[in-house]
Design a protein around this ligand. Structure first.
Ligand code: ATP
Ligand code: MG
Length: 399
């Protein structure tokens, strides 16, 4: 019969307990790593880290201290075990006399297993108030300046050892990496916000400059003696305004990829039917058609010409005429129709053969869009239909 030594049972229990703790510590480090990589919100991550670190070390207290250099203090940012009102408010000195301060400045881990007999440091008031006997501090650092310190504290008897400090340092390294990542993301976001502001500013300036050019042409149109020349100048001004409207949309949207086509063309129709014009433009568009800005400009200039023509020719002054502009989304294209109920197109009218600049602009830009442009005779009036593919045509030499 094998005799069991009287202390064999308790010591094997102790070893098993220690082994379980080490395994749990490994699990905790893995858990923390995943949480940090998943981009858990920063305050949640800090609290998780404090809770899991305390659990891994079977300690009642843990805290994440953030360094406030201007005050030379370390504020409790997150933690477990502390009385109400400590987190976010209480702080400890960041000087070399405090254990946390020492860890922060030297980067060396600090173990104090008997705070009451500690000669190297003074015991921070916060620890005294909570009856803490022993503590461990390690620096929290990514690539840049240290964020602060991760500290674990206990009231219980016993001692923290090398394995414990290794676990604490492991947790602090993971947290430090996550802090660095958060800082990087914040810097990236700030840079992106700055870019957005610059982009809006540039678009705003482009709009203002175009508006200035348009209004100068308008002014000139009004003072030239020749009415035909005045008419041409006024139309040139409208074309420039149409382009300017796009930059207005871009500066509002803060985007460069796609704009709301309906909203943009509606503005142009509004301008064309504004005071001084003999026509009323009725506009209708499906919501949510997004179009690349350069393609939207092409389309807007075509609509500008067709609506201008309808205003000019369909309703001989002084009568006020109605023009309908409709934008619909087809499967992979946008269909635009412009029609009036006026005198109708001249006999023998063909888009391709028209002599004016308006039709030339419309056909050239339609070709660049890969769009089809057709005219119809209404009863009464004239109609134009555009079918514009959503995506630009492939370049000819891409085959
Ligand atoms: N909605 C319409 N109703 C009646 N006639 C039209 C209509 N649209 C165009 N036309 C006719 O088509 C012609 C060609 O138009 P186009 O825009 O190419 O030239 P324009 O308007 O005469 O000159 P510009 O555009 O250079 O000022 C016009 O002169 C007009 O006779
Ligand atoms: Mg014209």
């Amino acid at each position: 019969m094998v005799e069991t030594a009287p202390d064999a049972q308790p010591s094997s229990n102790l070893a098993e307990r220690a082994l379980h703790q080490r395994i749990r510590q490994q699990e905790i480090l893995a858990e923390l790593g995943v949480s940090a990589l998943q981009g858990t919100p920063f305050p949640v991550l800090l609290n998780d880290a404090a809770r899991l670190t305390a659990e891994g070390l079977r300690a009642e207290f843990c805290k994440v201290l953030e360094h406030l250099p201007s005050e030379n203090r370390l504020i409790v940012r997150a933690g477990v075990g502390w009385d109400e009102g400590v987190i976010g408010t209480a702080s400890v000195g960041a000087d070399l006399e405090s254990p946390a301060g020492f860890a922060l400045h030297t980067g060396k881990p600090v173990i104090s297993n008997h705070l009451e007999n500690e000669q190297r440091f003074r015991t921070p008031e916060l620890l005294v108030q909570h009856g803490i006997h022993r503590a461990m501090n390690v620096i929290l650092q990514g690539d840049g300046l240290p964020f602060g310190v991760l500290e674990v504290d206990s009231r219980a008897e016993g001692e923290f050892g090398d394995q414990d400090i290794a676990f604490l340092q492991g947790a602090a390294n993971i947290l430090g990496m996550a802090i660095e990542r958060q800082r990087y993301e914040r810097r990236l976001k700030a840079a992106l916000d700055h870019q957005q502001i610059l982009l809006k500013e540039i678009n705003h300036r482009a709009k203002n400059s175009l508006q200035l050019v348009a209004s100068m042409l308008d002014l000139q149109a009004r003072i030239v003696a020749d009415p035909t020349l005045g008419g041409h100048l006024a139309e040139a001004s409208k074309r420039i305004s149409a382009v300017g409207r796009l930059y207005e949309h871009l500066s509002h949207d803060g985007t460069v990829e796609k704009i709301d086509l309906g909203a943009y063309i509606q503005e142009i129709c509004k301008d064309l039917g504004a005071s001084g014009s003999n026509c009323e433009v009725h506009f209708e568009a499906e919501n949510g058609i997004r179009f690349a800005p350069d393609r939207a400009i092409h389309l807007a200039l075509i609509v500008n010409e067709l609506v201008t023509n309808a205003c000019k020719y369909a309703y001989p002054e002084p009568s006020v005429g109605h023009i309908w502009v409709n934008i619909r989304r087809e499967a992979d294209a946008v269909s635009v129709s412009i029609r009036d109920a006026g005198v109708g197109l001249p006999a023998g009218f063909e888009i391709a053969k028209a002599k004016g600049l308006g039709m030339l602009i419309a056909t050239t830009l339609a070709a660049q869009l890969g769009a089809s442009l057709t005219s119809t005779r209404q009863n009464p009036g004239a109609g134009f239909a555009l079918l514009v593919p959503l995506e630009p045509p492939a370049p000819l030499d891409s085959a």
